[in-house]
Design a protein around this ligand. Structure first.
Ligand SMILES: *Cc1c(COP(=O)(O)O)cnc(C)c1O
Length: 365
């Protein structure tokens, strides 16, 4: 298949170093590689970051952590949303669970006791406003009671997640989240008698809230080249470039239609180019009918009619191009946030949507 997602590890290294330069010396870097490394190649990304001495990895689910271990990754891995039935797997592969509720805490302690573990590293999450996962502030005393009466687990870190760190209109809310987290953390540290790693920032937190750096920052989207802000994007380099080529060019007569359900009609003579990439590859039907486009010879070619499962047809009437010519969907030479925005989406969604059918190709430029 001609369509490939090129993963540029040199761009990844650049982004990692840039984000590291944004945090105070000594602040640890956690790289988020969930969802196949935001749709890239989690193992290749993690191997590169490990060579750059990243301090931690995080994934959403246990299987994603296991894949990293199978790829030879030895750096600690935090599992952000562990499912109870994967605790065995988590322990077998030395993955570290996020403990976000009493249900999870009790279940993990039970299995840790059964396995006679000692000081198994776990991470306690506080809900400071996202209302997604985490203990509500105010639970510190009860939590400490449970944590202190057993030695099978040890709190490696205390963390929380910001709701709107990219949105400066929500600065007050974010500062409130930071102060809530500080207060939970200090109660926990006093009660535990030792100081776990504290972390709260995601990529936009790193950029916008220096006071939220604590001991470690968690970065995902920034590593892959996007900073949720055009100014920041300028400092970062896209890691993933989705490329394809023109399979066939058609001359369309006025009155003819293009694609399924005759969604596009030509009013004047047009040229269409067929590209081997469709909704099964992650370019959803939302991008059809002129909302989305591909880039050919530096020019935008809007999608004509409906996106098919395996193909799109694009308008190349104004572009001097031939069958076999290169097509860029996003990445270097075609900014991804701009394309995602056309359908009301964001870089996170478009990146992670690229399905596993699209071949990943590792490059170092
Ligand atoms: C996905 C995720 C991150 C990474 O966020 P970015 O905005 O991609 O930097 C950090 N922390 C948690 C808890 C996450 O789920």
């Amino acid at each position: 298949m001609a369509t490939v997602l090129e993963i540029d590890l040199a761009a990844l290294a650049h982004n990692f170093n840039y984000l590291k330069s944004k945090v105070k010396p000594g602040v640890k870097m956690l790289a988020v590689t969930k969802a196949f490394g935001y749709g890239t190649d989690a193992v290749a990304v993690a191997q590169k970051l490990e060579s750059l001495h990243v301090d931690y990895f995080a994934v959403a689910y246990a299987a994603e952590g296991v894949a990293l271990r199978k790829g030879g990754i030895t750096t600690p891995i935090l599992v952000l949303h562990p499912q109870l039935e994967t605790f065995e797997e988590i322990i077998t592969h030395c993955l570290e669970p996020n403990i976000y509720s009493y249900r999870v805490l009790e279940a993990f302690i039970a299995i840790a006791e059964e396995k006679k573990l000692q000081d198994y590293p776990v991470h306690i999450k506080f809900n400071t406003g996202l209302n997604r996962l985490g203990f509500k502030p105010g639970n510190e005393d009860q939590l400490l009671k449970t944590l202190k009466k057993n030695e099978v687990i040890r709190v490696k870190s205390l963390f929380s997640h910001l709701v709107a760190s990219e949105d400066l209109n929500e600065q007050e809310f974010t500062r409130n989240q930071i102060s809530k987290f500080k207060s939970c953390a200090s109660k926990m540290i006093t009660g535990l008698g030792y100081a776990p790693i504290l972390h709260q920032s995601n990529t936009s937190g790193i950029i916008n809230f220096e006071e939220a750096q604590f001991d470690m920052v968690r970065t995902g989207i920034g590593l892959y080249g996007y900073g949720n802000d055009p100014g920041e994007d300028a400092h970062l380099k896209p890691v993933a470039t989705l490329k394809s080529l023109i399979s066939q060019i058609h001359e369309i007569e006025p009155g003819e239609s293009v694609g399924y359900n005759r969604a596009h009609f030509a009013e004047k003579p047009e040229r269409s180019a067929t590209i081997p990439l469709g909704h099964a590859d992650g370019i959803s039907r939302e991008y059809g009918n002129g909302k989305g486009y591909v880039t050919i010879k530096g020019k935008k070619a809007p999608i004509l009619g409906n996106v098919c499962m395996d193909m799109v047809m694009v308008d190349v009437t104004q572009i001097a191009c031939e069958e076999g010519d290169e097509v860029i969907i996003f990445g270097k030479g075609a900014p991804l946030p701009e394309l995602a925005k056309k359908v009301g989406s964001i870089s996170y969604e478009l990146l992670t949507a690229i399905s596993q059918r699209v071949k990943r190709k590792i490059v170092n430029t």
